[in-house]
Design a protein around this ligand. Sequence first.
Ligand SMILES: [Zn+2]
Length: 595
Amino acid sequence: MAELKKRSELETALTWDLTMIYPDTGDWEKEFSTLDALQENFLKFKGRLADSPETLLHAFQAEDALGVVMERLYVYAHLKADEDTADSAGRARLERISAKGAEISGNCSWFQPELLSMDEARFDSFRKDETLSFYRRTLDEIAEERPHTLSAAEERILSMASDVLSAPHKAFSLLNDADMRFPSITDADGSKTELTHGNFIKFLECPVRSVRKEAFSAMYDTYAGFKNTFSSLLDSHVKTSVLEAGLRSFPSALAASLFGDKVPAAVYENLIGSIHGNISSIHRYFELRARKLGLEKLDMYDLHTPLLPECRMEIPWEEAKKQVDESLRLLGDEYHSAIGQAFEKRWIDVPECRGKRSGAYSSGCYGTPPYILLNYADTLDSMFTLAHELGHTMHSYFSDRSQAFHYASYKIFVAEVASTTNELLLHHHLLGKTKDPKMRAYLLNHLADEFRGTVFRQTMFAEFERDIHALAEDSVPLTADLLSENYFKLNRFYHGNAVSPDDRIRYEWSRIPHFYYGFYVYKYATGFSAAAALSRKIIAGETEPYMRFLKAGDSKDVLDIMKDAGVDFIGGDPVGEALRLFDETVNQLGEALGR
Ligand SMILES: [Zn+2]
């Protein structure tokens, strides 16, 4: 293998241009030195928010002025540090701004509590005051917190206990990531490698079934040995959520988690209901997969191995750019010219180089380009990653340009919609021009697997999460046996008769970190469904609603933003519609595989 280039040896055109944030690191230093004054300018409003609407307006403005600078300093420092993780100056800069950020957020945490402790009638008169009309949406959101806010003394106790209450999550992470060790696996070439979280999926992709089985068994036999510790951690975590929800007068832990996004529990239930109603679709895909792999039945370790391992495509960067650009032409001129800027004005850091952070992301700050970090590897996956990250970047770009800083950052609920839409558009584009049945099958299988992982699997997790919280709310202790039995039944239902799962899958719950994130995973499934609906509209020539979505930022509630874009999670059935796209994909895959 050729040695990796140093950063200084890269072609400039393929690196990002961070001078659009600060011309050089000296300018970063200069702005860093303004932080204390900006902070003081905000802190001087402490204890005075109730004085008058004008005072509150100026406090909000001071907070935004501080926020915009903090974000710019932080984003520059982390982008710069990711160029070369071995560069100690870069690391030091990032550590300085992170520490400063923690200090500032600690100093500024009085703002919302002070507003909530204000006399309610006075607060309501402020909300209606024209002086504060720009911040009304934020004030309304704070007002909605009021019924779930405790007395100052109670809030103080909870905040003092917060570190202790998060102990189960912390202990899970340490046990799972730092302390667990797995046996060595004999790879297809006879070499032995220690199993890790990082290489587990690689082993499950191995075309040799015995290797997959060995890795699977080794993984879950290890977890089985810790099942009581893991169940006790998850039980404590769930009980903590139930306790906090109860203390804050929420009807359930689920309702408490959905509250911030103003998503009714019905959306969560509808997701699970839609999947249940269409569960045969995924079973059909598993049957197809079993036939193609020549197996009577699949096992859980047969879900990741590629159906068409012989299909490898080499896609150089210029070609990927061209394909992605063409696939997004459907979105019209405004979008196209923004993409042109991303490529021409160097928003993207393309090649891998020595010390560069691995993976890919989109990140930026208000008023400057949303940059993309890639480690482009000339593969189909890499090209899809480019489309994905460009989706994030365009969402940030259009929201920033259309919204003030205060309302520009979109919520997690909608965060993966634009990225997935781009992937689906690229998929549509490539499929439209590919005649070779093997290549078509490869693409269709790629999409079917995305659906499996993002919609079906995440909904299964969401259902498990809902059920174990409901059990805890009924005071049922979540023992290892109970969790494993529930998980096993659910896994059976989601995989159907084409999969006869190794009994060890019952311990999978114990290794999923997302169960400590509080009803988070359902957003992957709803986001993908929304993207499926939007990409269909775009392909049918309807781009206006999508552009509206990109420009909305956080100016409205997430379900209203989606509804404006024609995706109605309350009155409609976007999940059901997405599943029709999945059905079509499976049909086409069956045809392409010649069966
Ligand atoms: Zn993403």
